[in-house]
Design a protein around this ligand. Structure first.
Ligand code: ARG
Length: 291
C-alpha cells in the first residue's frame, strides 16, 4: 500500500495514480457544421444534449478519481472548442498557445490564451501553426511532437525553444489519425512513475499511423510500449487519458483494455460516441494543466 494518503495504489505492478489538473469545455454548442477531418460529416445529425451527457460522464470520472477539472466557457459558433487538448500545451505554469491550421478553429487560439493569462499561466504566443496537446505529448522529460496534418515541423522547433526540452518529431500518415493524440497514449506521463525512472515512462501507440522512420524511432525509444491493433486504433482507443494507473479509454477498444490490464493499469471505460462525430475522443476533450 502507498503511504501517501492522497495517492491510489495500483496492483502488484505497483502503479500509482497521480493527481492531475485538467482543462475541459462543456460542449453546449457542439455540432458538426464543417469538415476538417475524415470523421466529420455535416450531413449526419448531431445530438448536442447527448454530447453534453457523455462529456459529463468524463468530467465525473475525473472528479471521482480525485483529479481537479477547470472549465473554460464555451463560445457560440466554435463547436470544436470542446476539444480543449488543442487549445495549447502547458508545462510548469507556462502555456504555449495554439495557432490552428483551419480558419474554422482559428478564433479558439486567442480564446484559450486569454483563459491561460487570466488563470495565472505565463502565456507564450505561437508564431508557428500548432494544435497544442493534440500534437505535443510530454513523456518523461521529452516532448513527442506530431506533424503531417496539423502542426508544422517549425512548431516542433518553437515548442522546443519555449520549454527547453528535447523534441522528437513524428510524422503521421493516415488522415483518420491526424493528431498525435489519436495515435499515441502516454501511460506514465510523469518521469519516475514507472520502475526505473523517466527513461521507462511508457506509451501505447498505433504503428500504422506513422511513417517508417517514426515507427523506427518509437520502437527504439519505447521497446516496452503497448502496440495497439488497427481495430482498437480505429475506434479511437488511443485517444485516452492516464494518471499513471487509471486509464480512461473508449469501451470499444476491447483489445487495448486487455493489454492495459495485463500491464497492471486500471482501464476506466467512458463512451464519447457523440463527440467522435467531430473526430475527437477522451484525450481531445482533456488538456493537462501542469503547474
Ligand atoms: N474537429 C476537431 C478537429 O478536427 C477535432 C479535434 C480533436 N482533438 C484532438 N486532440 N485530437 O480539429
Amino acid at each position: 500500500m502507498s503511504t501517501h494518503p492522497d495517492t491510489l495504489t495500483g496492483t502488484a505492478a505497483a502503479r500509482t495514480a497521480q493527481h492531475r489538473r485538467y482543462l475541459m469545455c462543456r460542449p453546449e454548442h457542439f455540432t458538426v457544421s464543417y469538415t476538417i477531418n475524415p470523421w466529420m460529416e455535416p450531413a449526419n445529425p448531431t445530438d448536442t444534449a447527448k454530447a453534453v451527457r457523455q462529456w459529463q460522464d468524463l468530467y465525473d470520472a475525473y472528479i471521482e478519481l480525485g483529479h481537479e477539472v477547470q472549465l473554460i466557457d464555451p463560445i457560440e459558433g466554435l463547436p470544436d472548442m470542446v476539444y480543449t487538448a488543442n487549445g495549447g500545451f502547458v508545462i510548469d505554469g507556462v502555456a504555449y498557445g495554439a495557432k490552428f491550421r483551419f480558419a474554422e478553429r482559428v478564433p479558439e487560439g486567442p480564446a484559450f490564451m486569454d483563459w491561460f493569462g487570466e488563470n495565472g499561466f505565463e502565456v507564450r504566443e505561437p508564431v508557428e501553426v500548432n494544435e497544442g496537446e493534440g500534437d505535443f505529448l510530454l513523456v518523461g522529460d521529452t516532448i513527442l511532437a506530431g506533424t503531417g496534418f496539423r502542426s508544422t515541423g517549425d512548431s516542433h522547433r518553437e515548442v522546443g525553444e519555449v520549454f527547453g526540452r528535447e523534441v522528437v518529431s513524428l510524422t503521421l500518415v493516415d488522415p483518420r489519425f491526424y493528431h498525435l493524440d489519436t495515435a499515441i497514449a502516454v501511460l506514465d506521463p510523469v518521469e519516475g512513475v514507472a520502475d526505473g525512472g523517466p527513461e521507462h515512462a511508457n506509451i501505447a501507440y498505433l504503428p500504422h499511423a506513422f511513417d517508417e522512420r517514426s515507427q523506427q524511432v518509437l520502437a527504439e525509444r519505447y521497446p516496452d510500449a503497448i502496440r495497439v491493433s488497427d481495430e482498437d486504433g480505429a475506434v479511437f482507443g488511443l485517444n485516452s487519458s492516464s494518471d499513471g494507473y487509471n486509464v480512461i479509454i473508449s469501451p470499444r477498444a476491447k483489445g487495448f483494455e486487455a493489454q492495459l490490464r495485463e500491464r497492471g493499469y486500471n482501464p476506466v471505460l467512458v463512451d464519447l460516441s457523440e463527440l467522435l462525430l467531430g473526430g475527437g475522443g477522451i484525450k481531445c476533450c482533456t488538456l493537462e494543466l501542469r503547474r
